[in-house]
Design a protein around this ligand. Structure first.
Ligand SMILES: NC(=O)c1ccc[n+]([C@@H]2O[C@H](COP(=O)([O-])OP(=O)(O)OC[C@H]3O[C@@H](n4cnc5c(N)ncnc54)[C@H](OP(=O)(O)O)[C@@H]3O)[C@@H](O)[C@H]2O)c1
Length: 356
């Protein structure tokens, strides 16, 4: 089903939880958190626990979290298969949106009622309340819808940086990507359209293929091919109206990545940011020798750490927020799942047995 193929699961609509017990013990809040004490399959190791939360310190902000997504990296972190290993017990979740309930005496910019997103990774967003330092949060317009806001810190910056940082792209240049219907892939097509770039999306075959192709073209894709169509010898003829891609974005690996590399222009670059097929990237020798193609990787977590407090990061978020606010950039289709149904949500979200 189309919606299922595109949907992204979001585990909390926390503010609507009728059962949410918010009470004060003098100044304490009882926060519900999805915690794990051992690495393992999320449905097995996650537990919903209640923890008392003290008043925010002078530099802290008490946030009521409203929604948080389940990303592939969240699953891998809980499985213990991600490069980020948290001390256990840990609270799951890397990004999310909330509202400020109270701000400490030294907090400069954030005020009660302000919507915020958690901008630093691994702080644990699958919970109802938390105290964060002001630097770990970014104020956003209150009118952004919850799902869009909850998913704006990982995937949109990933797409944005990969398009900006590896090859200088001019209007009319072309980008090719696999996993084109993924959350990142949908943002890539939309940014390409907004920035005057052509984009080719590669997807896996499926019964409702034409519907998916139409949807991705509406988002901004210039052409959408299946993995099988990409592998055909005459694929270059099929794409002859488009310039040879200067940038390839790979979140799949295996033969599909090799097939994309063959289409790259001379001195083109392939950026690998995921490995959904769990197969290694095999580089075709002629692409290296005769076209001088380069292969790189990208990890948004490192980029965010290295650009903490820097104007480049502020500029990127300002631009993304403006596009989201104006509806020029849409979040992915999703399903909101209450916190109490977390077992089903994590099982349904992804069926991943390896590193992605
Ligand atoms: N490096 C970074 O900084 C960074 C940042 C964000 C995301 N990521 C990575 O980017 C990838 C996409 O993330 P997302 O949140 O956008 O994912 P998502 O929305 O859950 O989409 C997953 C995508 O992977 C495809 N896929 C799954 N298994 C596949 C296989 N065996 N062969 C080919 N395609 C397959 C799916 O295609 P179907 O629809 O056909 O199932 C879908 O397009 C993940 O690997 C994630 O870890 C990396």
């Amino acid at each position: 089903m189309f919606l299922q193929l595109l949907r992204q699961h979001i585990p909390h609509t926390l503010q609507r939880r009728a059962t949410l017990i918010e009470h004060r013990k003098t100044t304490c809040i009882c926060a519900q958190s999805l915690q794990y004490c051992d690495y393992g399959e999320p449905a097995d190791v996650l537990q919903l626990v209640e923890l008392d939360l003290s008043e925010p310190k002078d530099n802290e902000v008490l946030v009521r979290l409203l929604a948080a997504p389940i990303n592939p990296s969240d699953i891998n972190t809980i499985q213990g298969k991600y490069p980020v290993k948290l001390p256990l017990p840990a609270i799951a979740g890397n990004e999310g949106v909330g509202e400020v309930l109270r701000a400490g005496a030294n907090v400069q910019k954030l005020k009660r009622g302000q919507r915020v997103v958690v901008i630093e990774s691994a702080l644990g967003t699958w919970r109802t309340h938390a105290n964060f330092s002001e630097q770990q949060l970014l104020g956003i317009p209150n009118k952004l819808d919850l799902a869009t806001a909850a998913t704006m810190v990982v995937n949109p910056p990933t797409a944005y940086r990969m398009l900006k940082d590896f090859v200088p792209l001019a209007q009319g240049d072309c980008v090719i990507q696999n996993g084109a219907n993924s959350a990142v892939g949908q943002i890539v097509h939309q940014l390409c359209k907004a920035w005057g770039l052509k984009s080719i999306g590669i997807v896996r075959n499926r019964p409702n293929l034409e519907e998916l192709k139409t949807y991705l073209k509406l988002l901004g894709a210039s052409e959408v091919l299946t993995e099988e169509e990409l592998a055909q010898k005459d694929v270059a003829n099929k794409l002859c109206k488009l310039p040879a891609p200067r940038l390839a974005l790979n979140c799949v690996g295996g033969k599909n990545a090799s097939d994309m590399a063959k289409l790259l222009a001379v001195k083109g670059v392939m950026v690998t940011y995921g490995g959904m097929s769990r197969k290694p990237v095999v580089i075709p020798t002629p692409a290296l020798i005769f076209k001088n193609i380069s292969f790189c990787g990208f990890w948004v977590t490192r980029w965010m750490r290295e650009h903490k407090g820097k104007p480049t990061r502020d500029k990127m978020f300002a631009e993304l927020i403006e596009m989201l606010d104006q509806g020029k950039l849409k979040g992915v289709k999703h399903e909101m799942v209450p916190l109490k149904d977390y077992k089903k949500a994590v099982s349904d979200a992804l069926d991943l047995k390896g590193m992605v």
